[in-house]
Design a protein around this ligand. Structure first.
Ligand code: PFF
Length: 448
């Protein structure tokens, strides 16, 4: 099977693809929104700790499962299994991840569609077709269906082309562009009145809040969502990494990129909120809570772009194009989970599997759009607050309790001869066995 499977052609190809999966609406929209609604800098602090101490070790477990198995999540986990019970458990965990990825894509595609529509709006404004410009940014059934369909089409287009020519090629082009634009926008925001208050709220933590249960659960959920854990995605991306690569350092680099971009996005959006407030845009309710999550991206930023005069339309266009791009490199990874499962387990041809699964997930999106207010939150909660932590926890259990330590070492030694003497090997196996599952379970049970 190895010959017919794709593989990332280079180290940088993997880093860009995995960072592309990790960096998305979760970083640029989710993280600043969560930060603003959970007490600012205290949330940032907890998030950073959990991302490196809990999400990174769990991320390594998923990459390792995939690279060892060289197959989709279910097959990879079953290769590690020794008993029939393990094999059943493997199916439950792997297939659970595949379902989770499909559920996430069904609502993520709708939100990403909004980003595309906000990118189209400045173009229509420039062309002076005002009715159309208003239509694309107004909430309506037709608009939501139309842009979710466009976005799903793009996702299917990339995934049909496979690993090297699709996922890797596009991620490598699009990710650097995103970073450059973020930095330029941050530099601009810092020149405006009100930005320093935002910076203070973002970087000056109220330490008394760091152990609040709501804050902990939100930060853990955000860290898992951001690293695309518990969805089979990082298992399948791990399976496309060459055996010559050093997995530990690859994983660390991707985590670092993911966390840094979330941090940068906060550095843009939180000060931008205070700038908008200084200009009279309502951001906070009277009790100090945030007016609405979507308000951050669809109220704060457009009002910021308005301050830029005629160049504002251009900046709005670039910004929302990049949001769409960040969402696209994430959505292709979500589609790859179910596609690789069907291609490898049911011998369906790749292009056919991609199209069928793309259509099915789009129909799920359409169903959500029929009752957006209720269904969006429901599916998002189910998949991200329950599905992802549970599956990620079970992957850690698999590596820690079912796999032999000697086999883990053998896999890690590929591409890293010296791993046995390093700090990672002294801490991580023990950590994945006891600390990760317990910590995830405790935070999870606490939230119930
Ligand atoms: N990590 C992505 C983000 O932060 O936007 C979202 C995501 C991608 C979640 C892939 C799950 C997944 F499988």
């Amino acid at each position: 099977m190895a010959a017919s499977r794709g593989e990332f052609s280079s180290r940088i190809g993997f880093i860009m693809a995995a960072a592309g999966s990790a960096v998305g609406l979760g970083n640029i929209w989710g993280f600043p929104t969560q930060t603003a609604s959970n007490g600012g800098a205290a949330f940032v602090l907890v998030y950073l700790v959990l991302a490196f101490c809990l999400a990174y070790p769990a991320f390594m477990a998923e990459l390792l499962i995939g690279r060892y198995g060289q197959a989709n999540a279910v097959t990879s986990l079953q290769k590690m299994s020794r008993t029939t019970f393990h094999k059943r458990f493997a199916f439950f965990v792997g297939f659970g991840g595949v379902i989770c990825a499909a559920l996430i894509l069904s609502f993520y595609g709708i939100l990403a569609g909004w980003m595309v529509s906000y990118a189209v709006e400045p173009v229509l404004q420039l062309a002076a077709v005002n009715d159309a410009a208003n239509w694309v940014v107004a909430q309506s059934f037709a608009r939501n269906i139309c842009f979710a369909a466009i976005f799903m089409f793009l996702t299917v287009f990339v995934i049909r082309r496979g690993v090297e020519d699709g996922i890797e090629k596009w991620s490598k082009r699009l990710m650097p562009l995103l970073i450059v634009l973020l930095v330029i926008l941050i530099a601009y925001v810092f020149t405006l009145d009100g930005a320093s208050d935002g910076l203070n709220a973002y970087l000056n933590p109220d330490i008394s809040r760091v152990l609040e249960p709501d804050l902990l659960i939100s930060a853990m959920g955000q860290a898992f969502f951001s690293l695309s854990l518990g969805t089979s995605v990082m298992v399948i991306y791990g399976s496309y990494i060459s055996k010559e690569e050093n997995l530990v350092s690859l994983g660390a680099q991707v985590t670092l990129i993911d966390v840094s971009i979330a941090f940068l996005a906060g550095l843009l959006i939180i000060p931008a909120m205070y700038v908008a407030q200084a200009q009279g845009v309502a951001i906070f309710a009277e009790d100090g809570s945030l007016i609405s999550g979507s308000g951050l991206v669809f109220t704060v930023l457009p009002s910021l772009f308005d301050t830029m005069g005629s160049i504002g339309l251009f900046v709005a266009f670039i910004f929302f194009i990049l949001m769409s791009v960040a969402a696209l490199t994430s959505s292709i990874s979500m589609l790859e989970g179910p596609v690789s499962y069907v291609v490898e387990r049911h011998q369906v041809e790749r292009t056919k599997a991609t199209t069928i699964i793309g259509v099915v997930i789009f129909l799920m999106s359409a169903l959500i759009i029929t009752n957006l207010d209720m269904m969006l939150g429901l599916v998002a909660t189910l998949a991200t607050e329950y599905g992802q932590p549970i599956i990620a926890m079970l992957c850690c259990v698999f590596v820690g309790w079912i796999w032999h330590r000697s086999e883990i070492l053998k896999e890690l030694q590929q591409g890293n001869d010296n791993i046995e003497n390093g700090l990672f090997w002294k801490i991580w196996p023990w950590y994945t066995k006891f600390v990760c599952p317990t910590a995830i379970a405790v935070v999870f049970i606490h939230s119930l």
